[in-house]
Design a protein around this ligand. Structure first.
Ligand SMILES: C[S@@+](CC[C@H](N)C(=O)[O-])C[C@H]1O[C@@H](n2cnc3c(N)ncnc32)[C@H](O)[C@@H]1O
Length: 467
């Protein structure tokens, strides 16, 4: 198996570390008082380095201002540590110093808090640590091994987030919202029925079947058998809905489970799925789609959809900029019930501009033709979704003020009879994905025929745009 080497050590600054003061040794006489289980002590500025040594991968926290040997230095081996988000900018590390690889962690010997300058920095570090942990298990001989197939979903999303995610999709209300996006559902219907030759007499897997709607479309197109795989409780509703359509139900089997974990009795000729999130990759379900491809699809089998494209272009929108900036004005009050709020103005201002805006906008706001990043679902490896780096290079068609970057996507159903695109572009009929705009806190002036350079980085679930 081809393996990639461990990535280079990474260094993170602007981090504050605080020791956790435990109240576990409170005397019995105090036990009636309701004290918090722990509290943060004073904090110290540290530099964190993600690295590895002969014992495994670790994070080293070292006091930022001092390099002498007596300065604070904490080494946390990732296999014996747990990292929890406990607030937008703070995380909790729990470490078991006494654990060995033979004896997994059962109790933690120390804990400390880690705080960041912004929510974005906190998310970036959190994801980087998980990516570092997943980068491969270091064997004693220095080679690298990949994780087990069945663990892939659990390694991707921590269990509490997965629970929330599947709870959301387990509710009929949310499935109804998707079904009522008639552009989305109607395009799937046309793509399947117009290309019935790709389904007739074929074995189909519906990846993330939800209500079972795409399985029913595939059955209408003449599929020999459809495996409708759904991880949320919606699987039970799908069974009911499919049973309520007796002309189609005999060829559909609903399987309640994750595509990463379930087994199927046969390989599929075609996969059908609706795994797209905002900016195409949000929700990270595309990873499950390509895992399904590797697990269930016959060689040269078809994927519906087979290609996704992210389109990006700078836009000019004074009104949107003013609207966002004015939300932060609340924090400019020097006398709010006798309290000066202005100390938090900068933080609030940055916070508002760090949130992408999801809405439908007029395509006339775009100031250059878009650039396109294409993802071929039939070829991409799952790991390539972890970090997507799109270099931006636009040439202005007119002189204008640029307020940010607009993004949208489309996907292709490359049917043998009629290829069809489902688009979420501005100006096209609006879908429940709308479009996404990242707004810069200060505009930049773009002159005709001049270049605008930047990057869009998608790291797990964190989006970072520089223009
Ligand atoms: C965007 S919805 C689409 C539902 C349905 N196919 C439709 O088009 O209306 C995605 C569905 O995939 C399910 N799902 C996401 N990840 C999954 C996984 N790893 N295994 C099985 N189901 C998954 C979700 O619970 C959700 O119901």
């Amino acid at each position: 198996m081809a393996v990639s080497p461990l990535p280079q050590p990474q260094v993170f600054t602007d981090i504050w570390l605080s020791q956790l003061s435990s109240n576990a040794d409170n005397s019995p006489s105090n036990s009636s008082q309701k004290k918090p289980l722990f509290s943060w002590g004073s904090s110290v500025s540290v530099v964190a380095t993600l690295t590895s040594d002969h014992s495994g991968k670790l994070v080293v926290f070292q006091e930022a201002s001092s390099e002498d040997d007596a300065s604070l230095k904490i080494r946390c081996y990732l296999h014996h540590s747990q990292l929890f988000k406990v607030g937008p900018t703070s995380q909790l590390w729990m470490v078991d110093d006494h654990a060995t690889s033979a004896k997994p962690t059962s109790a933690y010997s120390k804990g400390f808090g880690v705080s960041f300058a912004s929510e974005e920095a906190s998310n970036y570090f959190f994801m980087a640590v998980h990516k570092w942990k997943d980068a491969g298990d270091q064997l004693s001989n220095g080679s690298v091994t990949c994780g087990k197939e069945t663990n892939r979903f659990d390694r991707k999303i921590e269990s509490s987030s997965a629970k929330l995610y599947f709870h959301y999709y387990g509710q009929l209300l949310h499935q109804q919202n998707m079904l009522q996006d008639y552009i989305r559902t109607g395009t799937y219907y046309s793509a399947v029925l117009e290309n019935y030759v790709d389904f007739q007499g074929r074995v189909v897997v519906d990846v993330g079947a939800g209500s079972g709607i795409l399985s029913l479309f595939a059955a209408q197109a003449g599929a020999k058998h459809v495996y409708a795989v759904e991880a949320s409780g919606m699987a039970e509703h799908a069974r009911k809905l499919i049973a309520g359509n007796p002309l189609l139900s005999s060829v559909i089997t609903v399987i309640h489970g994750k595509v990463e974990e379930i087994e199927l009795p046969e390989k599929a000729d075609i996969l059908i799925s609706e795994p797209m999130g905002t900016l195409l990759v949000n929700e990270r379900m595309l990873e499950s789609y390509v895992i399904s491809r590797d697990r269930f699809l016959k060689p040269n089998g078809k994927m519906f959809p087979s290609i996704g494209r992210i389109h990006l272009a700078p836009f000019s929108d004074e009104y949107l900029h003013v609207e966002i900036a004015s939300k932060a004005l609340f924090w400019q009050q020097p006398n709010y019930y006798g309290v000066d709020l202005t100390a938090l103005y900068d933080t609030a201002f940055q916070g508002y501009f760090s949130q992408p805006v999801v809405d439908a906008f007029d395509p006339r706001l775009l100031v250059t033709p878009p650039i396109t990043h294409t993802i071929d679902f039939t070829k991409i490896k799952e790991e390539e979704f972890y970090e997507i780096n799109i270099p931006l290079n636009f040439t202005a068609t007119m002189a204008t003020r640029v307020h940010g970057l607009a993004c949208w996507f489309d996907v292709l159903f490359n049917g043998s009879a009629v290829p069809r695109w489902l688009t979420t572009a501005p100006g096209a009929p609006t879908t429940h994905w709308y479009q996404l705009r990242c707004v810069c806190h200060s505009h930049c002036m773009l002159w005709q025929d001049k270049q605008l350079l930047g990057t869009l980085i998608w790291l797990h679930t964190v989006l970072k745009v520089t223009l």
